[in-house]
Each structure stands twice: as structure tokens, then as C-alpha cells.
Design a binder for this molecule. Structure first.
Ligand code: 6R9
Length: 660
């Protein structure tokens, strides 16, 4: 990427960790040097945080790149590490999950309770003929059974494939077929936006097309009527009547733990495969290091859905392997009112909150009076994941949720990486708003230019990972070639003749190093704009827009332009109080265009800005710029199946042509 991009960045604020947190932090600054001295020995020490049935013979086997094997010869059981060992150590009465249903019903599960339910589910699955290596699809709302189902699979060595409960029958069908799942675990439905939302009919439609499925286990959550077939079994009649005695067998460190499909931009989703020992080592360590988790006193809450990797790694495996107490919430942030999240923080005295920029920007739009109405004094650490967080959103989060004093950890990672890779350490790093800052100890990240050269500080390019890491994906399920092509063929040895040398993982994200060498994520490479020969990142223009007091959220795309190649087209959601109709709207648009030009330079001035009420988002909350590009270029919309709310696009398309 060009120098224009490198010059855009101008965020200079910096926030050191609170002294008390720094003094008591789980991980201190020496971890970096320790890992650098001997990376593999460092990861061995982190693997030792787990309980192994058999110790490994070799830390890393990288003799057949890019197919990695970690902790070769080692054996362990993931569910044992997440449950049994805490119970055996006398912590069975400790709360594992404070569950809050959307309608306000609650359940409290101790480690002993969750252990019992998991053992029963493991026995039930075994009785249904599920054995190690079989695949089980999980299509559930955010209820404790989702965690128990995943852990039950892990316990018996079955590979789970969790499919987000908002996905359609087609999406579910494709995923069940790709993994040839033998059993589906679902529910009659869950609660969304104040009413029951059915799941079972979607499963029925999918299972009709999936001959591999032998049984469907159905949790009763909403109590609504469901159609019933001979494959269906009620969870409460099958699992809850099964024996609670179950001895966890150890599995090989490289035994497949789960497949998780990334929606991606192409039609065919990629089944990302994660395995056992390395995955648990890194999710467990990063939970301890990045969230500074103190299992005795912390109450942790990750607002993600279990259908995403964040839910896998930081609701199930990371927190439970560390013996955390956590909150799990079934519903939406504005049901029955816009203070619901803060009410939950207040009620359970949450100390660590992990959420997404899309949520933070929504809260900004709703206004700071809402969090101000609750007691958030229990909080001590805030995290962000999923998209680049705009500096103003970061500052708002710290100010209005974090009392202007809490550390914010902006954590960069992917379904493919399995665990957090780039993030501040809360007791060490002087964080800069908008930057994920530094590779974690044991991780080797870099930013390369088009030629594959590492860019100097101040330069921008492509984010890569130079060394294998324990929780890395092992392949794309059933498609090794696509694995190599997608991630390993852009740079390094995998790029063939021109790219000799080491194997380099291509993350698909644009990034830059600032003058101190800190990393700033700039959005997906596909989204980068080329304006008059200059690469400009969507993230930076969006952040400039969000830094204007009248803008809550913005999305920026490059649209074909006869003179500049691509021109910047922006979509902005005004903040609650901004006047946006008629002349006031025109005035605001003119002001915003100038504001961007002033903040980033004239090259980044949008050709056109539209004020919109909403933005198209994936179901995991990421902005779908591809669809906005279709609108900006007056094309009919491409694949909208992963869109969260399809009415949004109609609203935006019908308004197009209005803004200047
Ligand atoms: C964990 C997760 C991965 C993509 C990733 C990047 C974006 C995630 C980010 C971030 C900037 C962060 N992303 N965290 N970008 N800063 N802190 O979200 O996994 O759903 O696979 O998405 O999300 O573009 O490549 P996944």
C-alpha cells in the first residue's frame, strides 16, 4: 500500500494501564522477552497450565508445512480440563454460568451442575451411536445447553460444528452436508426481540435433505408446538435421564475438536478445522493474559453468540478451562429496553466485559445517558473484537462504560487463528485508541508490502503471521488445497517460485505499523480503496467520520469512478440528536466531507456521503461493504443470505441519489 495510506494516521492519544491492575497483572512485560528467547519453550509452559493425561514428545512438528502438529504425542480431554479438574479441586460449587434469558428468566449453573449436564449429554450421545471422530451439528440459542453440548462432544471425541441459530435452512443444510453430521442438537426455539423465534422448523427442512443425520436432539426452551419425526428426541427425555457418571477418555493433541464455518464473501463457506491440545493451550493462555482473569473474584461476560468463534474460544473453552464465573445472555441488547446490557452488568457485578465495535457504536448512537443510568462500578477491564474499533468509539467505551479509567483491550484474531493474536496486555501496554498494538508473546506477526517485504515503521500493507501458533487452523475441512491456496499462497514458500523462504500465513487484513511499530488494522484487503493511484483504507475514513460529533457509525466503500478509478462513497448514521432532514442534512453532509478532508487530507475526501438510519451487517455484526458497493455502483445486490436484516438494504437503496 502506498505512502498516502501511511500518512493518514494521526491518532496520538495513549493510555497507560491503571497502576493497581499493572501491579497485580497475571502477565507482565517480561513475557515478551521470555517468548522471544525460546518461543516453543514458552508455549510448552502455557500447555502446562492444562492437565494432560500423557505429556507430548514434541512441541511442534512443522515438517510438512503448512500442516502443523502441536504437542505431538500428548493426550488430554478438553471437557476434563474445562470441568472435572475444577470439580476435583473442590471448586464444584463455584458458579460457572449466570444465565439470563431474554424474557428475564434466570438459571445458575455451578461447575458441578455443568459437569453433570455434560456427562449426561456425553452418555446420551454415546447411546445414540456417536463415537470419536463423528460430527455433531449444534444449532441452538444462547442457553447453557449450548455449552454443555459442545463440551459433551469434546468429552467423547466427537467433532462439533456449531451453526449460528440465525442462519437459514439452506445455510444449515450446506454445513450439515459438508461435515456429514450424524446428529443435530437444536431447540424448539429461543427468545429474540421479545418473542419466541423458532429453530426446529429450520432443522426439519434441513434434515430432510441430509441423509447423514440419524438423530435430532431437541431442547425445550420456548414450549411452542413443534412438528415431530421418528429421528427426533427430546433433550429432557434423553439427556436429563441419562447417567451423570462419565469417565473422560484422553484424546490425541491433534484430535479434531471442531469445525466452524466462516461465511466469507464467496458462496461456499470454509469449514475451519481446530484440534485439541494447541487450541486449548492458546485459548486458555490468552484468556488468562489478555483478560487478566482472576477466577476467584472476576465475573466475566462475553456478549458474542456461541455460533461465532468468539463464543467458542471466549465463552466456552477459554473461560471454562480457567475456571471462570461468567454471564451468558440469550437475547438482544435492546429488549425490553436499551439499557439491558448495563442492567446485566449491574445485576451480576460484571468485572470484565468483552464485546464488539458494532455494539459500542450502537450504544453511542443511543447516547451516554443510558449507561449512565446504571451502576457499572464493578467493571475493571473492557475488551473489543470483530472489527477495527474507531478511535472515537474506543474513547467512548472507555469514558462512558469504563469511567474514563479502565483499560480497553482491542483484540485482533480470526476464526482461523482460533485465539487472540494481537492485543494490548492490560497490565503492560500503553494502549492507543484504535490500535490492536502488539503481537502477544509467542506470536510473530508482520506487515508486508506487495513484494512481500516487511514494511518499516510508518508503512502499511498486508497483515501476516510468520510462525505457526498453537491454536492455528489445521486445514479447511475436506479441502487441503483450498487451505493452502487461501492462506499460504500469497507470500513466502507457498507462493511458489517467486516466494521462496518460510511459510507465511496471509490473514486477508490490511494493516499498518505506526512510528512506534504498533499495529493498526485497516479492514479486509478486499475493502481497501484505490483512489487516484492511492490505497486508502475504509477503516481510516470511517474513523474520521465517526470522530465528528454528529456521526455514530459509518461505512465507506470505493465505487468505480471515471476520473479517479475509484471514488470514496460513505454511508453515515447520525447520532441521536443530529438534525438530518432537508437543508440541515445537506449542510451536515458538506461539513462531514470537509471534516474528512481536514482530518486525513484532501485525497480521502468522500465524493458522496449518504445519511442512513442503519448499515448492512452480517449476523456477527460486521459491516457488509460489498453490498454498499453494489448500491454505490447502482448494481443489483449480490448474495444477501448472511445479512442480519434485509430491510436495511431497501432503506439504503431507496435513499441513494439523495446525498451528495
Ligand atoms: C474473532 C473474529 C475475523 C476478521 C479479521 C478482521 C476482523 C476481528 C478485529 C478485526 C480489526 C480487531 N477483526 N477483530 N479487525 N481489529 N480487533 O471476529 O473472527 O469472525 O473470523 O473475523 O474480523 O478483519 O480478519 P472472524
Amino acid at each position: 500500500m502506498s505512502e498516502a495510506l501511511a500518512n493518514l494516521l494521526n491518532e496520538t492519544r495513549q493510555f497507560p494501564p491503571p497502576a493497581e491492575l499493572a501491579a497485580k497483572a497475571n502477565v507482565k512485560a517480561d513475557a515478551y522477552a521470555e517468548a522471544e528467547r525460546d518461543r516453543l519453550a514458552f508455549w510448552e509452559r502455557q500447555a502446562d497450565r492444562l492437565t494432560w493425561a500423557k505429556k507430548w514428545d514434541q512441541v511442534l512438528d512443522w515438517s510438512n508445512p503448512p500442516f502443523a502438529k502441536w504437542f505431538v504425542g500428548g493426550q488430554l480431554n478438553v471437557a476434563y480440563n474445562c470441568l472435572d479438574r475444577h470439580v476435583e479441586a473442590g471448586r464444584g460449587d463455584k458458579v460457572a454460568i449466570h444465565w439470563e434469558g431474554e424474557p428475564g428468566d434466570t438459571r445458575t449453573l455451578t461447575y458441578a451442575d455443568l459437569h453433570k449436564l455434560t456427562c449426561q449429554a456425553a452418555n446420551a450421545l454415546s447411546e445414540l451411536g456417536v463415537t470419536a471422530g463423528d460430527r455433531v451439528a449444534i444449532y441452538l440459542p444462547m442457553i447453557p445447553e449450548a455449552a454443555a453440548a459442545m463440551l459433551a462432544c469434546a468429552r467423547i471425541g466427537a467433532t462439533h460444528s456449531v451453526v449460528f441459530g440465525g442462519f437459514s435452512a439452506d445455510a444449515l443444510t450446506n454445513r450439515i452436508q459438508d461435515a456429514t453430521a450424524k446428529v443435530v442438537i437444536t431447540a424448539d426455539g429461543g427468545y429474540r426481540r421479545g418473542k419466541p423465534s423458532a429453530l426446529k422448523p429450520t432443522v426439519d427442512e434441513a434434515v430432510a435433505k441430509c441423509p447423514s443425520v440419524e438423530h435430532v436432539l431437541v431442547v425445550r426452551r420456548t414450549g411452542e408446538d413443534v412438528a415431530w419425526s421418528e429421528k427426533d428426541l427430546w433433550w429432557h427425555e434423553t439427556v436429563e435421564t441419562a447417567s451423570p457418571e462419565h469417565a473422560a477418555q484422553p484424546f490425541d493433541a491433534e484430535h479434531p475438536l471442531y469445525i466452524l464455518y466462516t461465511s466469507g464473501t464467496t458462496a461456499r463457506p470454509k469449514g475451519i478445522l481446530h484440534t485439541t491440545g494447541g487450541y486449548l493451550t492458546q485459548t486458555s493462555y490468552t484468556m488468562h493474559a489478555v483478560f487478566d482473569l482472576k477466577p476467584e473474584t472476576d465475573v466475566y461476560w462475553c456478549t458474542a453468540d456461541i455460533g461465532w468463534v468468539t463464543g467458542h474460544s471466549y465463552i466456552v473453552y477459554g473461560p471454562l478451562s480457567n475456571g471462570a464465573t461468567q454471564v451468558m445472555y440469550e437475547g438482544t441488547p435492546d429488549t425490553p429496553h436499551k439499557g439491558r446490557f448495563w442492567e446485566i452488568v449491574d445485576k451480576y457485578k460484571v468485572t470484565i466485559l468483552y464485546t464488539a465495535p458494532t455494539l459500542i457504536r450502537t450504544m453511542m448512537k443511543w447516547g451516554e445517558d443510558i449507561p449512565a443510568g446504571y451502576d457499572l462500578s464493578s467493571l475493571r477491564l473492557l475488551g473489543s473484537v470483530g472489527e477495527p474499533i474507531n478511535p472515537e468509539a474506543w474513547i467512548w467505551y472507555r469514558q462512558h462504560v469504563g469511567r474514563g479509567e479502565l483499560p480497553v483491550v482491542d483484540t485482533w484474531w480470526q476464526t482461523e487463528t482460533g485465539a487472540i493474536m494481537i492485543s494490548p496486555l492490560p497490565g503492560v501496554t500503553e494502549a492507543k485508541p484504535g490500535s490492536a498494538m502488539t503481537q502477544l508473546p509467542g506470536i510473530v506477526a508482520d506487515v508486508l508490502d506487495d513484494q512481500g517485504q516487511s514494511v518499516p515503521n510508518g508503512g502499511g500493507g498486508y497483515l501476516v503471521l510468520r510462525e505457526p501458533w498453537p491454536s492455528m487452523l489445521r486445514t479447511i475441512w475436506g479441502d487441503d488445497n483450498r487451505f493452502i491456496e487461501t492462506y499460504w499462497s500469497r507470500f513466502g514458500a507457498g507462493a511458489g517460485a517467486g516466494g521462496a523462504g518460510d511459510w507465511i500465513y496471509f490473514a486477508g487484513d490490511g494493516a499498518k505499523k505506526d512510528d512506534d511499530g504498533h499495529i493498526w488494522l485497516l479492514g479486509r484487503v478486499d475493502d481497501v480503496m484505490l483512489v487516484s493511484g492511492h490505497n486508502i483504507s475504509t477503516t481510516e475514513v470511517e474513523s474520521a467520520l465517526v470522530s465528528h460529533p454528529s456521526v455514530a457509525e459509518a461505512a465507506v466503500v470505493g465505487a468505480a469512478d471515471p476520473t479517479t478509478g475509484q471514488a470514496i462513497v460513505a454511508f453515515a448514521i447520525p447520532r441521536g440528536t443530529a438534525e438530518v432532514s432537508g437543508e440541515a442534512g445537506e449542510q451536515l453532509i458538506a461539513e462531514l466531507r470537509n471534516h474528512v478532508a481536514k482530518t486525513l487530507g484532501p485525497i480521502a475526501k468522500p465524493r458522496q456521503i449518504m445519511l442512513v438510519p442503519e448499515l448492512p451487517k452480517t449476523r456477527s455484526g460486521k459491516i457488509m461493504r460489498r453490498l454498499l458497493r453494489d448500491v454505490a455502483e447502482h448494481r443489483s445486490l449480490g448474495d444477501v443470505t448472511t445479512l442480519q436484516d434485509s430491510s436495511v438494504m431497501e432503506l439504503i437503496s431507496s435513499g441513494m441519489g439523495g446525498g451528495k
